[in-house]
Design a protein around this ligand. Sequence first.
Ligand code: ADP
Ligand code: MG
Length: 669
Amino acid sequence: MTDIRLLKTTEKRLELLRQMNIHTLEDLVSQYPYRYEIIEEQYPTDEDDHVVIEGTVISPVKIFFKGRMSRMTFEVEDRYLQHFQVTIFNRHFLRQYLKIDTIVTIIGKCQNHRITASDLKVKPLQEIKGIYPVYSLKEGLTQKSFRQYIKKALHLLHQQIEDFIPEKYLIQHHLIRKENALYCIHFPENKKDIQEALKYLKYEEFLKFQLTMQLIKQQRIQEIGMAKDFDVTVFQNWILSLPFPLTTDQQKAIKDIVEDLKSPHMMYRFLQGDVGSGKTVVSLAALYANYLAGFQGALMAPTEILATQHYQTLTHFLEETPVRIELLTGSLSVKEKEASYQRIAQGEADIIVGTHALFQDKVVYSKLGLVITDEQHRFGVMQRKALKNKGQQVDFLIMSATPIPRTLAISMYGDMDVSTIKTMPQGRLPVITKYIHSASMKPILKDLKNYLARGGQCYVICPLVEESDHLEAKSAMQIADAMQRYFQKQYHVGLLHGQMKDEDKEKVMTGFLNNTIQILVSTTVVEVGVDVKNANMMVIYNAERFGLSQLHQLRGRIGRGKEQAYCYLMSASSSPEAKERLQYLEKSHDGFEISLYDLKLRGPGEVLGQRQSGLPTFLVADVMKDFPILSVARKDAQEMIYDYVQNHEYQGIMSQIQEKLKVNNEYVD
Ligand code: ADP
Ligand code: MG
């Protein structure tokens, strides 16, 4: 690594570079432009067209001042002897160069032979023609000086830039050399240069990512975990005692998990399935098998409501077994918590369900063998890690309800094994979804009243206010008040939002579950997991503010039984895009399709929750658009890891990655 001081520029500028996180010349040359400005002759074809014209000054320059601002005008003649009147602001200092007969190049907008110039060069077009990279820079640095730094850096690093990609793959994929790629990305001569450079850089980026993921996986596989042994007959009898037959995919997922538990390797599995596809019972089966093998299991949920519900489900489904289940949440009293810790530490609790409370320092497990997290995108990477570290070689299962296509899942979560539930339990009716162009409830009040009169319950989801929990809570309160005033004593309205205390949330949720509350006005706290079978109507305010996957999640709260359910997506937005997105949901009921549509529209960061899920951000590549490259990189990475393990090849590359892994836990889960 070479320090940027070699650039021999002022300390002030070096400091600006450091603020951009550029400390070495290698950092500097990896700072890619975010766009290019292309300067080539361009004549107006349409009104208000962008033009780049070379011409000769044919009139004296006129300047008008207004305070420190100036406006300068003059006339030019181009090579077809056409005349243009040029206006440019705040460049009066160029006046001295603009003598009659001087050749200039003008960049700007043209209308009716009048050009408003955004830039003016006192040079022939030939000399400035080209493609100019544009970087995102700190104030105080200019594009021009930055380009010069890069040029200097590339010069200083000449012949020291090694190809990360092995020769074999460079040839196989017709890739240019790294040094060349860097030249081409910073100083392209034509568009093809940029393409070639991007091809190299994207592939390199994906290959590094895949190697990292697979190396982690490789190490995990080598770690000897516990081979859990249990009585399969007891397990199967329990499965047969369930009140419903499992779907094919549920069976398949359970089989995957059971094999992992039995194998001496640590399980690290990602279970994804559409909302309502029945992931809970799969997690239950895993916990039960783990119990039969003699280990404690922990099930972590993102909210207290959900933890409580899981606790109830578990208690219900394991009623006939001697399993001791423990609910550990933040709202327990200090005394209750102490008692709970005791039971966990002494091995008097077999399955522990809870929220974040599960991984606090005070909680010591006696024999933790399996950790499951539900709705993973709500959890931070660190939290999961903390829980995992509570036991030795704990098996790990992550459940997600934002399903993504299997190929994408494998590529993104390259270090995990993936199980996917696609088939829905039998007899489910798709939720009838209607887009309503309205800001208020008016158009659907009649439907709502009829539905409530038939004994149903309804969710009302309030507008999403991303920046402020407080505002979100406020709007929820207003809506709840208005609804209660409207229905008077006829129906009870409950309110649920993020700023409420856990125990209050709990009360409201219980009220809704017992049908003492008929209308539940809520923010997205209900987004994940809860299951109230009698609630089959949902109204969502300002639906355009939500992502499609999120709306699908919300909608998944209803229609969980045999009854027909209705979801109203209200939006007053006049944007055609918003309308199109919401109408898409009227038609589609497949979480995989929806997430794919969403991923294409909004990118994986938005859909999967980049920061929380610990997905890497790629500098040049785009997971969706460049998926074919990602697939190739994945295959190559597999091959490289194989050659590394079997034939001790690629030692240098692998130790480079190991080193990186130690420094920053970028890709580590
Ligand atoms: P999710 O995958 O969204 O977490 P749940 O596990 O909450 O879904 O399951 C949704 C509902 O479907 C629950 O009420 C559950 O009891 C029920 N269910 C799960 N599996 C089946 C099945 N194979 N047949 C019928 N109902 C099922
Ligand atoms: Mg669930």
